[in-house]
Design a protein around this ligand. Structure first.
Ligand code: GLC
Length: 479
């Protein structure tokens, strides 16, 4: 079976969010059962030398959009520690010129042009390489045009005649919406695709809707999110469309790469540990507190938060109760970047409270040390399709304190249930979050329960093993 993955970001080459982790690790778990090719844009920030990315010979290709031809090239390397080919679509005007995966302040029409160009170039290159995929697995709105191309433009193309489309929703909040003239640019026929059964949504083009309508399977990144998006509360205006497709909608929980996230081998830690030597975690706590200028005190728990700073992550709950948090008998370390208002909040808290410190920006090594050094990991998300940070935290023995939504509900077993590995609250409310923090702080004093919970968290299996099986079954049901 041949599977083509297409995504805007792929770890470890380019990374802005959880999407890249998934596309960089799920294929690895499928490698022995399928022949896989991954396609992604060659963003300017990708380090070609570091990853051994080479331009393929004679890969120049001209593709016409609107009325102007654009020149593309194709680069390639292997996904680290695998034999999987990763293809990088290069175009100077759309991708190589940017240092960020999702540059801010782009003209929205141009954003659409970029990913239309990438999607079409992916299909043209796959054809040139004679990679006749049984399954094309596209992800989020950036590659949502692919199922439309396959079923509309290439409908009578023998090469793609057996190809099935799987579309994965990592986040329904970004659907890719623009005016209908973008279809002319994309060389798509309005009379075929611009309607209720295609990509038309309230008079606009909506790429995600198109993908949902045209794909053979739609995957949400957790079973609970698959249910939630059928409701008005979480459906982002797409619930009606999704309710019409429940027969092809499935929820499969994400895994994480257990080789990449491993407290036993992680070189950024001060001391490595595993479930049998959890006490060595403490050395990492000392180190990280020191790094942030806080005093180590074994009686005080350390609560961490590592996140993109966007509304989805529930950071306004922290704003609601910051006055209370600074008087708790606990320390807080926050790491992340994103919306200016949250960055400013974090900097303010860091400068004006005795127990909250923040690093605004992203540093992978620091993040891992925080996972390893923290006792609890806060994730108060407003909505969370799956969430990977809570899985990483558990792997490092840091117990998640989460709002029970989306994948957080599926992956965390809340105290005081049997084998609990974290803490849950339900209401979207700062005081509900504070109560959960207080419960966690109580458990911190009870070393017996704390250690039992750490053990449950570290022993829970969130590797790709089980989920990859579910993907494979789903692919097989299609071919
Ligand atoms: C998005 C979602 C997150 C999910 C990730 C990978 O970043 O916000 O919940 O875990 O995609 O699927």
């Amino acid at each position: 079976m041949k599977i083509l993955f297409a995504a805007a970001e792929v770890s470890p080459f380019s990374k802005a969010g959880g999407l890249s982790d998934v596309v960089g690790s799920l294929p690895k778990a499928l490698e022995k059962d399928a022949e896989i090719a991954i396609f992604t844009p060659l963003h300017g920030c990708i380090d070609r030398e570091k990853w051994g990315i080479k331009e393929l010979e004679n890969s120049d290709m001209w593709i016409t959009f609107g009325s102007s031809p654009q020149k593309f090239k194709l680069h390639m390397t292997k996904l680290p520690n695998t034999n999987i080919n990763v293809f990088f679509v290069q175009n100077d005007w759309y991708f190589s010129c940017f240092q960020e995966v999702y540059p801010r302040w782009l003209d929205p029409r141009y954003e659409h042009e970029r990913y239309i160009a990438f999607s079409l170039a992916t299909l043209e290159y796959a054809k040139q390489l004679n990679f006749r995929a049984d399954i094309i697995h596209s992800n989020d709105w950036h590659t949502a045009m692919i199922p439309l191309y396959i079923k509309a433009n290439y409908k009578f193309d023998e090469f793609w005649s057996k190809t099935k489309n799987v579309f994965e929703i990592h986040n329904l909040a970004y659907q890719g919406v623009w005016f209908e003239d973008i279809l002319d640019f994309a060389n798509m026929r309005k009379d075929i695709v611009f309607n209720e059964w295609g990509c038309e949504h309230y008079g606009r083009v909506n790429w995600m809707k198109g993908a949902i309508n045209y794909s053979d399977k739609v995957v949400a990144v957790s079973p609970n999110y698959a249910r939630e998006i059928l409701t008005g509360e979480y459906g982002e205006g797409m619930d009606y469309t999704l309710r019409g497709h429940t027969d092809k909608l499935v929820g499969i929980v994400n895994g994480i790469d257990y080789d990449v996230f491993n407290p036993k081998t992680d070189k950024t830690l001060v001391k490595n540990y595993d479930v049998k030597s959890i006490d060595k975690k403490e050395a990492n706590k000392k180190r990280i507190l020191e790094e942030f200028g806080l005093k180590y005190n074994p009686e005080r728990p350390l609560i961490a938060l590592i996140s993109r700073l966007v509304d989805q992550k529930g950071l306004d709950l922290i704003r609601q109760v910051e006055g209370d948090l600074q008087h708790l008998d606990a320390d807080f370390i926050f790491l992340g970047s994103g919306d200016k208002s949250y960055e400013n909040l974090f900097i303010w808290l860091s400068n004006n409270t005795p127990n909250i410190r923040a690093y605004v920006g992203y540093r992978g090594d620091l993040a891992n040390l925080i996972y390893a050094g923290s006792d609890f990991f806060l994730m108060p998300s407003k909505f969370e399709p799956c969430g990977l940070s809570q899985l990483i935290a558990m792997r490092f023995g840091s117990l998640p304190i989460v709002r029970a939504t989306g994948g957080l509900e599926d992956t965390v077993t809340g105290y005081p249930l049997d084998n609990s590995n974290g803490f849950k609250f339900w209401g979207y409310d700062g005081w509900a979050m504070k109560d959960a923090i207080l419960t966690a702080m109580n458990v911190y004093r009870d070393k017996y329960t704390l250690n039992a919970m750490r053990k449950s968290a570290m022993e829970a299996d969130f590797s790709w093993k089980e989920s990859a099986k579910k993907y494979l079954e789903m692919y097989k049901s299609l071919v």
